[in-house]
Write a protein that binds this ligand. Structure first.
Ligand code: HDD
Length: 754
């Protein structure tokens, strides 16, 4: 639906000045309350609308003179104005003063949580034929206009983040990831401010400052950075059993995503969808990545943090630059209001999920991120989200965590920007028109015409007018609320272990082992024995007895003899919780290192590179040094990376082509052997052709039958070899399958962190 062809009941309300009133988006350019006309001449919102709005504030210095902020051309920006060549600087030097003042003020407070992040532009598009099961049409669920028309693309900006670390911390730490999306809809901005894990640690916003104080660096020495593995966090967690479910997620591979484009997103809270008839249903929002969910292993994350602390940030921009726009499906879990009580948990409790075995996720549209920002500060740092930014058709529930967030985000933006006008910053400005009587404050951008900045007024025809619900006005759902003021926790919020156990039960053995090893690391870093014991006895032993024993054995705590009193006995599983069930059969965007030197087998390289690229993998030639490399038959390739810049941890798979001279040269390099050994240790697929197989033999990979002499395991290990060029096609097929599998956990399921 477009602003121009909105149905009659959404026209502005009838008054004498009707003829002057502009459509809901400021495409006409008339009476534009929002500085920066954004959309097409016909007022229609499309995927370019935000881009066009931002175009008005973009600046490009190419071929231009250097000027002061006030537009005066500058003759010399290296030397301050002095009284004599060796004399003191003169106050009159306006260029020096301005340059220095700008510099002195160019940092703003970082976000108190989620300080480290990155973002990209894109669009959201409802599906043509949404699989809505009992609902034929999304309009039965919600009147949100941007969800209705499959031809309409609504611009979005999404910011991904870690939570705990400061702005300069590494990307690959063990942490929750933020997943916040601003939809610039024709009805105003909707911010879906979620995480990559569906439950949360606590149940009431009142506890949030305590949670954050506990997990952030400790207050006396500001150690450790970007880590939950320390006393104060586990002290807090062990005293709050409601954290248990989320702790299981935090200890799992979900906390080490391979890429932002390979992680799910969740709105976490139960929200409401409301249709034109005013009917409301509960909803949970899900983002599902088209590329599936994939994780790094712990040892790898530590090395990447040193080798490339911008690993996830860079990955997002690299794939966009290389033409692969990451994509997620937006899905909803719908619960009728009168069915809210049918669950064994409270829908308002944010430490709980709705298992997909109970309510399936229905896809309703897709998000594509296809444009990187031009300026990190102006766009990624200044983007400001607020869960209270909703549009008609989307409403809140009484989840006490959500209710508190509705205060906190507006407040935190005041701290970050020092002004209530943060919504006027271009990246935050809606495309929908804005008209109200707010027109002052620090850094006001808009120039509001007219004398009357109050209501009611007769001087300005009483404009701007309030809209009725039929005219698109936001009407809060008239939920009946009746209660006494009370400060306590509902009885329905008191069970904390059942879903933690569901999560544990749903893991594969390598995933369980990952959780155990992560817990051993985290608690191993905890100095106080009583905190380690409390976590094992009071939390983990109430999830699963075996789990608690396995952790205890690794951290010097006496393993519990009996299961905890509160341990649920159910053996329910939900396959959707295991990342292993979410690995798609595609190798699209996987980064594959081809290790070679002069004398490589030309045919091996050309055929494998083209076969892998055909599958949309990103192939990088890694040679001992940068520059051109010549094959045995004279073909040349350019090295994308050298052994000084590339390590196996930065790749998803390794291929060693044949060619005697090439392999001989590689074999002499310790870095090459380390590359292959480490890729193996991290369970990555490895391919070798011809003489390349000798390289694998020389590094002596454990339990792999590289020699092909039957001395070794026969089960698949993700190491694919080919000695006969006649079998190259079969090799390629097998290698692609091995890459699609992502990691080969069966190599050694007792050593997941590697
Ligand atoms: Fe929050 C930032 C997600 C609970 C208070 N939060 C922030 C961001 C994300 C989330 C993704 C970064 C947004 C960006 O990229 O700029 N927060 C969540 C989720 C929660 C949650 C999924 C639980 C369901 N948050 C939560 C509570 C409070 C806050 C309970 C306080 C009562 N969150 C904030 C904040 C931040 C923030 C302090 C810091 C920077 C900002 O808001 O803009 O206000």
């Amino acid at each position: 639906m477009t602003a121009d062809d909105s149905p009659d009941d959404r026209e502005p309300k009838a008054t004498d000045s009707d003829a002057d009133r502009a459509p809901r988006t400021d495409g006409s350019g008339t009476d534009s309350g929002s500085a920066g006309t954004s959309d097409d001449a016909d007022g229609e919102i499309d995927s370019d609308s935000k881009h066009e709005q931002l175009e008005e504030v973009r600046e490009n210095a190419e071929g231009e003179y250097l000027t002061t902020d006030h537009g005066v051309r500058v003759t010399d920006t290296d030397n301050s104005l002095k009284a004599g060549e060796r004399g003191p600087t003169i106050m009159e030097d306006f260029h020096f003063r301005e340059k220095m003042t700008q510099f002195d003020h160019e940092s703003i407070p970082e976000r108190v949580v989620h300080a480290r992040g990155t973002g990209a532009h894109g669009y959201f598009q409802p599906y043509e034929d949404p699989d809505l099961g009992e609902y034929d049409d999304v309009s039965e669920l919600t009147k949100a206009s941007f969800l209705q028309d499959p031809d309409q693309k609504t611009p979005v900006f999404t910011r991904f983040s870690t939570v705990v670390g400061s702005r300069g911390s590494a990307d690959t730490v063990r942490d929750v990831r933020g997943f916040a999306t601003k939809f610039y809809t024709e009805d105003g901005n909707w911010d879906l401010v979620g995480n990559n894990m569906p439950p949360f640690f606590i149940q009431d916003a009142m506890e949030f400052p305590d949670l954050v104080h506990a997990i952030k660096p400790e207050p006396d020495d500001a150690i450790p950075q970007a880590a939950s593995a320390h006393d104060t966090f586990w002290d807090f967690a062990s005293l709050k059993p409601e954290t248990t479910h989320m702790l299981m997620w935090l200890l799992s591979g979900r906390a080490l995503p391979r890429a932002f484009r390979m992680m799910q997103g969740f709105g976490v809270h139960t929200f409401r969808l409301v249709n034109e008839e005013g009917e409301s249903r509960f909803v949970k929002f899900h983002w599902t990545p088209k590329l599936g969910t994939n994780q790094l292993v712990w040892d790898e994350t530590q090395k990447i943090a040193g080798n490339n602390p911008d690993f996830n940030r860079e990955d997002l921009y690299d794939v966009i630059d290389e033409g692969y726009a990451p994509e997620w499906e937006l899905g909803v879990q719908i619960v009728e209001e009168d069915e809210a009580d049918r669950f064994d948990f409270d829908l308002l409790d944010p430490t709980k999920i709705i298992p997909e075995t109970e309510v399936p996720v229905r896809p309703i549209g897709k998000m594509v991120l296809n444009e990187r920002p031009d300026n990190f500060f102006a766009e990624v740092e200044q983007v400001a989200f607020h869960p209270g930014n909703v549009v008609p058709g989307i409403d809140f529930s009484n989840d006490p965590l959500l209710q508190g967030r509705l205060f906190s985000y507006q407040d935190t933006q005041l701290n970050r920007f020092g002004s209530a006008n943060w919504d006027e910053i271009p990246i935050n400005r809606p495309i929908a028109e804005r008209h109200n009587n707010q027109r002052a404050g620090f850094m006001r951008q808009e120039i509001n015409e007219g004398k009357a900045s109050y209501k009611p007024n007769s001087i300005g025809d009483d404009d701007p007018q309030e809209a009725t619900e039929a005219e698109g006005g936001y009407e809060h759902r008239a939920e009946r609320v009746d209660g006494r003021k009370i400060r306590n926790r509902s009885e329905s919020f008191q069970e904390h272990f059942s879903q933690a156990r569901l999560f544990w039960n749903s893991m594969t053995e390598p995933e369980k082992q990952h959780i155990v090893e992560a817990a051993r690391f985290e608690l191993g870093k905890v100095e106080r024995t009583e905190i380690r014991e409390r976590t094992v006895y009071d939390l983990f032993n109430n999830v699963d007895h075996e789990f608690a024993k396995r952790v205890a054995e690794g951290i010097g705590v006496e393993p519990p003899e009996e299961p905890g009193d509160e341990m649920p006995t159910h053996d329910r599983e939900d396959p959707s919780l295991s990342m292993e069930n979410r690995t798609p059969e595609t190798i699209e965007t996987r980064k594959i290192a081809v290790l070679l030197d002069d004398g490589f087998e030309d045919d091996h390289v050309s055929r494998t590179v083209s076969a892998l690229e055909e599958e949309n993998a990103r192939v990088k030639i890694v040679a001992p040094a940068f520059g051109e490399r010549e094959g045995a038959d004279g073909e040349t390739v350019e090295a994308d990376e050298s052994l000084s810049t590339a390590e196996s941890v930065l790749f998803d798979a390794v291929l060693v082509p044949g060619g005697g001279d090439s392999v001989d040269a590689l074999e002499k390099q310790g870095d090459v052997r380390h590359f292959v050994e480490e890729a193996f240790k991290h369970k990555k697929p490895i391919g070798a052709l011809g003489e390349g197989t000798e390289l694998l033999e020389s590094v002596d990979l454990p339990d792999v039958d590289v020699a092909g002499d039957g001395e070794g395991p026969t089960e698949p290990t993700g190491v694919v070899t080919c000695r006969d060029d006649g079998e190259l096609d079969a090799f390629l097929e097998e290698f692609v399958d091995a890459i699609a599998e992502h990691r080969h956990w069966e190599r050694d399921s007792t050593d997941v962190s590697a």
